[in-house]
Design a protein around this ligand. Structure first.
Ligand SMILES: [Zn+2]
Length: 271
């Protein structure tokens, strides 16, 4: 495990790879995964992202987003899905259902990714997470689950699993209180960029703007999403793209309805 992590750290943050045949970007050297699907083995070429290249050659909007089958409201609020290599911070008050929604989302995004997504839990043990997963009906999901409180090991887990989507629940559980969440989130961002994984970080909201609050990382993360209860309906949750989204408009909302058994449903999917 240790050696793998050092391997991740050894690749420069500025080194990127791409396929000369289809321009698929990659974080690590090797053969193009897209071309390999068509039984063509094309060696990736290395670039240094510090060197200037024409804007037309920079991959951007043509990088496919990770869509969210079955949760069209969330997909829409995120302007089409999660962008590879970015970090979204999901925050909300205690007990509102952040873990339940994160588990459901992880399962749904994983339905279209080549490798299973990873759910990193830093507070509850995997056995407890499974009970929560059963509440939302994803206890048989192919997603990988691991308990980890050392942020430095998250890179190992993501690189070994080759996942394209991951959840870290929660960022507060990844650190001791003195350090705060800023260094934790920055390390997750570094790894997400390097391995081109879309990461959803779950964070507790604090009433006062103290050091552990999600606002302290607003500058660093790519998207801030707030989870709240509907002001008029106790059985309804709101996913609000709040204050910051680098790849779409802010203020868009998804409506998530809880049924009698505690399962969550995207309001848009029921229409
Ligand atoms: Zn290719």
């Amino acid at each position: 495990m240790r050696a793998k992590h050092e391997g991740v750290a050894a690749v420069s943050d500025h080194e990127v790879y791409s396929c000369p045949a289809c321009s698929t970007p990659a974080a690590l050297p090797g053969h193009c995964p897209e071309c390999a699907k068509k039984r063509r083995y094309v060696k990736l070429v290395r670039h240094d992202s510090r060197l200037p290249v024409p804007m037309s050659m920079v991959r951007g909007a043509d990088v496919p987003r990770l869509t969210v089958p079955g949760l069209p409201g969330i997909e829409d609020a995120m302007a089409g899905g999660f962008v590879p290599g970015t970090v979204t911070l999901l925050y909300g008050g205690p007990g509102i259902g952040k873990s339940r929604l994160a588990l459901l989302l992880c399962d749904r995004v994983g339905r279209l990714t080549p490798r299973p997504p990873v759910y990193v839990t830093s507070e509850q043990m995997p056995g407890h997470i499974k009970l929560t997963a059963a509440l939302v009906g994803v206890e048989r999901s192919p997603m990988l689950v691991c308990y980890q409180t050392q942020v430095g090991a998250v890179g190992d887990v993501l690189s070994e699993s080759e996942a394209s989507f991951a959840v870290v629940d929660s960022v507060q559980g990844m650190t001791d209180k003195d350090a705060g969440i800023v260094p934790v989130v920055r390390e997750i961002i570094r790894v997400a960029r390097l391995l081109r994984v879309a990461v959803l970080c779950v964070s507790h909201a604090t009433k006062d703007d103290d050091y552990s609050g999600p606002r302290t990382v607003e500058h660093d993360v790519d998207a801030m999403v707030e989870m709240t209860r509907h002001p008029d309906r106790a059985d309804t949750l709101l996913w609000t793209v709040e204050r910051k989204y680098r790849f779409g408009p802010i203020g868009r909302q998804a409506v998530i309805v809880q049924d009698g058994e505690g399962r969550l449903h995207d309001y848009r999917a029921q229409q």
